[in-house]
Design a protein around this ligand. Sequence first.
Ligand SMILES: NC(=O)c1ccc[n+]([C@@H]2O[C@H](COP(=O)([O-])OP(=O)(O)OC[C@H]3O[C@@H](n4cnc5c(N)ncnc54)[C@H](OP(=O)(O)O)[C@@H]3O)[C@@H](O)[C@H]2O)c1
Length: 327
Amino acid sequence: MSGKWLVTGANGYLGGEVCRGLQKEDYDVCALARPGHTLDSLEKCGVTCHSYDALPGLMAEGDVFVHCAGKVCDTGLWDDYQQINVDWTLSLYEQAIQRGARCFVYVSSVAALGYSKRQSDIDLDESDEPLLTTGELYGRSKLLAEQALQQRSRTAQTRLVILRPGFIYGRRPLAPSQRWLRRGSIVDPNQRVPLVHVDNFLSALTRTGKDTNASGIFLVVDDEQPMLGELNALKLEYGILQYPPWRIGKTGFRLLCLVRNLARRLRGQGALPEGYAASQYLMRTRSLSYSTKKLKGQTGWEPAVSLEVGLQESDARKQPAPERLDS
Ligand SMILES: NC(=O)c1ccc[n+]([C@@H]2O[C@H](COP(=O)([O-])OP(=O)(O)OC[C@H]3O[C@@H](n4cnc5c(N)ncnc54)[C@H](OP(=O)(O)O)[C@@H]3O)[C@@H](O)[C@H]2O)c1
């Protein structure tokens, strides 16, 4: 297939994996990151790397543009989310249109739908209305970006694909290192975790990027969407977790938020954003599951890597021992 694949956020987790995955499959890949950010490991794999300054001269007719860069954390100022996730995304799509790019793929998130409980337990799909609370800044910025892109795509030749992945895992540690006292915490073991293995995400990306009939929003989530309690049991079995996280419930969670807020104020970082605690509570107790019928039906996508295989591959006991700095 002619045309190269330009990938933003190439120094991040997903952008890097996308570049390596495309390169492995013999696509012509061009990795992009901010000036000064090292892309050495990609260059070593033979990927062409540039900073965003070079973009106007790089983009050409027939290219596929994959926008992975974005503000991903769950705290911060709304203006930053707006500027990075909404305004910048739209300006990149505009450049892609002007240069005659074949396709623009935006990596959004299931967070764009919001984590509020719905009235029925049916899997959410692309036609469901987003339901966001005040504190869901990340999800809101993803949703606004999607809406701005869709509005622009109505009069554009460059095909628009919006992928909404769940939590992407694979080829990076799946849990923070634990100690007996520092084990992380669970608010609700029945929380659903919409995982997607990075290889399954890559397959969704290449299928939608190439298929000229694929356009609009696609949810990208593996078939197994386990509850957190089940997932942690598997992680313990496979040595990914050493200790079960503390179960703190609603009261413990409230206390944790109070302590975090106090610590931020003492460090002069300002209070957490309005609605932060409520949105975090929603996220940590969500019971939503997602349908991928559209992606499967339109592109033939199937998540080839199962949860069991994905987790076994992340088994801490099979990971090489970390290199000693003094050796
Ligand atoms: N990982 C997941 O589970 C997941 C799930 C759903 C959706 N997503 C989406 O996938 C994308 C990549 O996520 P990730 O997990 O790979 O996160 P990541 O490792 O933190 O990478 C984020 C990338 O965005 C770049 N970025 C952040 N702010 C920027 C700015 N102002 N200007 C230019 N670049 C900026 C970062 O570059 P710097 O290093 O220069 O800051 C980095 O390359 C995001 O859009 C995220 O919303 C990820």
